[in-house]
Design a protein around this ligand. Sequence first.
Ligand code: ASP
Ligand code: MG
Length: 424
Amino acid sequence: MKVFKFGGASVKGAEGIKNLAKIVSQEKENLVIVVSAFGKTTNALEKVLKLWLAGEKSYKEHLENIYSYHSGVVEELFPSGNSVGNKIDKSFTKLKEYLQSEKKSEYDFEYDQVVSFGEIWSTIIIAGYLRKTGLNAEWIDIRKNLLTDNRYRDANVLWSESTDRIKAVFDFKKTPLYLTQGFIGGTADGNSTTLGREGSDYTAAILANMLDAECVIFWKDVPGLLNADPKWLNDACKLEEMSYREAVEMTFSGAKVIHPKTIKPLQNKNIPLFVKSFLAPDEKGTMVIAEPTLKKIISVFIKKENQILISILPKDFSFVMSDNLSRIFHTFIMHGIKVNLVEASAVSIDVCVDDERPKVESLLIDLKAEYSAFYNENVEMLSIRHYTPEAIARITADREILLEQRTRSAVRFVVRGIASLRSQ
Ligand code: ASP
Ligand code: MG
């Protein structure tokens, strides 16, 4: 069997969904299709949530806009009517009812209960359309089968409990085609959870792992994985092949092309990942595998914006690489802050993290109880894998380098300034 994943950009309107149906109809293998919310629906739902939590009644207008968007797509796909419209109405009513009551718990919990609707709507509509075209895709509510812990907004999959359910529910002896939601899961007691923004990639990889897929294909609006964000470097080029290791390093450094947790479940079962253009399905795209055969080395450029560089020093001048180290990192973990880069000296340690306020503020308060802590905000982390002197000069020109780290295969800089780069 194979797993196909369609992101928001590939299903942002009726055209995209028709295209999805065409791509799916050409597939002969058993298939699980994983779909994100339409277009920018997740962002729009985040806005609804924010307004609702702030007690602003205008959340209703925003929700109405999301409703119009979805019912517009339904009308275009089913001009002579269909039960899908009803199902969508019912699901929107459910969310509206939820929002009529008081907030039940903290932000992360509410986020998952509200934002998870985007994937429910997209899959209801797409399942209906596939049926209309004669493709009987069975719709699976992944919240009941992909079980997670209750770390809302960044839920951890409960692998053994989920694997049994997933294997039972995606039964290819019964039907060859399934459609389900990316990004979302559920707790054992029935609450929705999410796996982190752009988490549909991760869902596809999880399902591929559990179902022993022969491959995963991400259908995107780009021809494959590129060696840089084309909005940053306008001569970015497509990479033909890439190793799992490269891919994981790239996503960890901030490449937004795939969700950082995606590679591990694939690597663990040696499942190849193809990233292909849904506009040119016959073209090769990028293949991510254990051992690429092409040896052509191309520099890969990655920029991670909105970083904060924190310097931590034991007040009593004790060595940082002692007990201090585990205490410092424990504090980061307790605050749910992921460390992007670390550089240590005798009595200080520099740590670069995403500047997520207010999390970072409360981290700093805790650190300052025991250590001296300083920081530079508005910094960026730039990485080059397979660097050359020219590649380094290109991205560091006109920037103040606050920190530099080099290994044999990669160089990373923490820099100040957001001047956009000139292309060569
Ligand atoms: N819809 C979710 C998001 O926009 C998940 C995804 O697209 O993968 O983050
Ligand atoms: Mg997406």
